[in-house]
Design a protein around this ligand. Structure first.
Ligand SMILES: Nc1nc2c(ncn2[C@@H]2O[C@H](COP(=O)(O)OP(=O)(O)OP(=O)(O)O)[C@@H](O)[C@H]2O)c(=O)[nH]1
Ligand SMILES: [Mg+2]
Length: 437
């Protein structure tokens, strides 16, 4: 398994997308959770990764077994299920500790993959841009590095436990792993350098956009909620839309006109429960930038089962918090309402009174969504009273662009201006503010 993983990394390094590397794999899904696990999402992840689902073994328990994920009795059940279903792979709904994964593989005699490995695989398959590929490779390497360390201590234990040939068995393996780890670390450092470089390029572009003074809006939300569909419907863009998870990895920005003012609308990568932290970290630069927007429209799929909606909303809130966008102004858009009957629509209006209900497919509610975006923006404008010296003509014309309508009066000291300025730009004009303004 370890070798297979390393092989996978070597392949992605050459930038070739691997089509359905797990095709013809038949997974037995396992999960343990206090409330009784629900495997719908794991099945969906596997389907996206091209793996067939052979069966499932679930256990209601407070916390997974620290060594083997399941207890011994449950493992017997898994063994029987593997025979019955002819599975050739075991897929776990949680991220496994390297130790748990190794012990499970030993106990079951089959490769074991965890939720994180599956999500990383999907991301590797869906990454198109140079930056996206770098980010995914970085996340995969970080994940694998932890596993190599696990394997290393395992070999050491194995060697130490054996009386004859202990040193002999330990030496080569350890050397190989040390070399692998060193290579992985070098590669991680190189990837981080290149990502820092792309981040700097993006920062320049961002400054240019800020100079243009356009308010920015980011679409964020659970994977498959319909963010790209909404971007397309609102701006006439043709971003790819598909019934699969993590279709979008790279942010796309398009302009959108509401009430005569241009806005920049950005589509972003989808989130999921238990999103691998390596991915959050690898994508944090792109996300930070997109989600530093004037407004985050949190897009949610209103057609999911009632009890899942709050969980999905919370998962998105958690990631936003984690990447430092928790305090951005937020607007909730409940998408796919075309799939709801009147009763359910009333229920969700009652539960989420501040949210906009919309459908990116039928176009229903899109005007309400645009109006809500505009209202949020107008409410965020800051009234300012400024005295701009005649020598600062550039600032004056910038103000005209940003604030649209403004009152101006020529005085001996300069131009006296009363304007409503976007909060993000207000700082640049503070030096002209009159006392008490
Ligand atoms: N019925 C219905 N389906 C929708 C609506 N919006 C999106 N969909 C469908 O939901 C699926 C996912 O849509 P996307 O726009 O790709 O979702 P996304 O949020 O961009 O997903 P990721 O990029 O994977 O995170 C597609 O099959 C869409 O056709 C909607 O308003 N109504
Ligand atoms: Mg998308």
């Amino acid at each position: 398994m370890q070798r297979a993983r390393n092989g996978r990394i070597a392949e992605t390094r050459h930038g070739e997308g691997i089509r359905n590397p797990r095709a013809r794999q038949r997974a037995l899904c396992i999960a343990a959770a206090p409330g009784g696990p629900d495997l719908g999402e794991l099945r969906e992840l596997l389907r996206t990764a091209g793996v067939a689902v052979a069966g499932e073994v679930l256990q209601r328990r407070d916390a997974p077994d620290p060594d083997r994920y399941f207890g011994r009795g449950k493992l017997d059940e898994v063994r029987r299920a593997i025979e019955e279903t002819d599975a050739n792979l075991v897929a776990c709904d949680d991220e496994l500790l390297p130790r748990q994964e190794r012990n499970l593989e030993q106990a079951l005699g089959l490769p074991v993959i965890d939720r994180t490995a599956i999500i990383l695989d999907i991301f590797a398959d869906h990454a198109h841009s140079a930056e996206g590929k770098l980010q995914v490779e970085l996340a995969q390497l970080e994940y694998n590095l932890a596993r190599m360390r696990g394997l290393w201590t395992h070999l050491e234990r194995l060697g130490a436990g054996r009386v004859d040939g202990g040193i002999g068995t330990r030496g080569p393996g350890e050397t190989q792993i040390e070399t692998d780890r060193r290579l992985a670390r070098n590669r991680i450092a190189a990837l981080k350098r290149r990502l820092r470089h792309t981040k700097a390029t993006r920062a320049t572009m961002r400054r240019e956009r800020e100079r243009a003074g356009l308010p920015t809006v980011a679409l964020a939300g659970y994977t498959n909620a319909g963010k790209s569909t909404l971007l397309n419907a609102l701006t006439g863009a043709d971003v790819g839309v598909r019934e699969r998870l993590f279709h979008t990895l790279d942010p796309t920005t398009r302009s959108l006109e509401i009430g005569g003012r241009a806005y920049l609308l950005t589509d972003t990568v989808g989130f999921i429960r238990k999103l691998p932290h390596q991915l959050v970290e690898a994508f944090s630069a792109t996300l930070e930038e997109a989600l530093g927007a004037d407004l985050i429209v949190h897009v949610a799929d209103a057609s999911v089962p009632e009890d899942e909606l709050p969980e999905m909303l919370a998962a998105v809130d958690d990631v936003l918090e984690e990447i430092g966008a928790g305090d951005r102004p937020r607007l909730l858009a409940l998408n796919k309402i075309d799939l709801l009957d009147d009763e359910r629509r009333r229920e969700i209006s009652f539960r989420f009174p501040g949210a906009v209900q919309a459908s990116g497919v039928t176009g229903e509610g899109l005007e309400r969504l645009s109006d809500a975006i505009e209202a949020r923006f107008l409410a965020s404008l800051r009234p300012m009273e400024l005295l701009v010296p005649y020598a600062e003509g550039a600032s004056l014309s910038e103000l005209h662009e940003l604030a649209g309508e403004l009152e101006r009066e020529d005085t001996a000291q300069g131009v006296l201006v009363r304007a409503r300025v976007p909060a993000t730009a207000a700082q640049r004009f503070e030096r002209f503010a009159l006392d008490g303004a």
